[in-house]
Design a protein around this ligand. Sequence first.
Ligand SMILES: CC(C)(COP(=O)(O)OP(=O)(O)OC[C@H]1O[C@@H](n2cnc3c(N)ncnc32)[C@H](O)[C@@H]1OP(=O)(O)O)[C@@H](O)C(=O)NCCC(=O)NCCS
Length: 249
Amino acid sequence: MSQSAPEPFHTSPSRPAPPPGVLHVWLWQVSDSPLSEDEILSLSAAEQQRANRFRVARHRALWVRSHTGTREILAGYLGISSAQVRFRKNAHGKPSLDAVPATTGALAFNLSHSEAWCGLVIACDAEVGLDIQVPHPIDPHLWRRVLTPSEHQEMNALPRSEQDAAFFRDWTRKEALGKAEGRGVYPHLRRTTTGLAPFTGLFPVDAENGDGAILRWHLQDLPSTPGLFGAVASSRPAKVELRHLTFRA
Ligand SMILES: CC(C)(COP(=O)(O)OP(=O)(O)OC[C@H]1O[C@@H](n2cnc3c(N)ncnc32)[C@H](O)[C@@H]1OP(=O)(O)O)[C@@H](O)C(=O)NCCC(=O)NCCS
């Protein structure tokens, strides 16, 4: 459906919003097959412009379908059509919902994609950030740009066979934190210690927000998903409910 063909809001969301203290994390995989015109036209003008900037058709297909899927999921919570979902962005590019129907409360969300995987976290009472990564071999030179001195020591003590997994745990936590704040990962590289061992629960992090205020965030690893690392950050303690999804695309 084209963005230029507005239709009235439905009144009944087909997906109940997560209750306070719960984060819905949706995970799905998208196809890189050639895009149809309808898929592209279902996005906003800004999204279509962004899609057109991809030079590699496979990357464009994965990106477009991460957005059509995100719209479809959010539309279900809002009781509107995918084309009616509107976004605004903060100064660092973090999207949030704009102009939601009065019948639904505010929802925070954050999208992440890695290869064909997409992840979307939804919350009703917290700011949130999500990062997912399909692992690949890591050049140890990258450790210096990401880890704090204590994390570097922790890394050096690990057997080589465990180091890449440790790196992805650390990287996704720092990305999730920066995405929850809305500033991105860079303020946390070499500065914020999350450790490398798997978390057994919530991990609190106090971080300066760039304006001198210290805010507390709650980090957690995503429940184990084969072939994927992931972490979520939230401004309140919350429990993750994982939802796997199969899209036709
Ligand atoms: C933007 C950033 C958070 C994206 O992280 P990433 O691991 O590459 O990608 P992810 O798939 O996890 O997340 C991308 C999604 O996060 C969201 N996003 C974009 N900017 C964001 C921000 N500042 N905070 C939170 N979320 C953001 C968008 O939905 C984006 O999806 P889209 O590109 O399809 O619109 C990360 O690159 C970063 O920290 N950037 C800082 C800004 C910067 O200097 N970027 C230069 C990159 S070299």
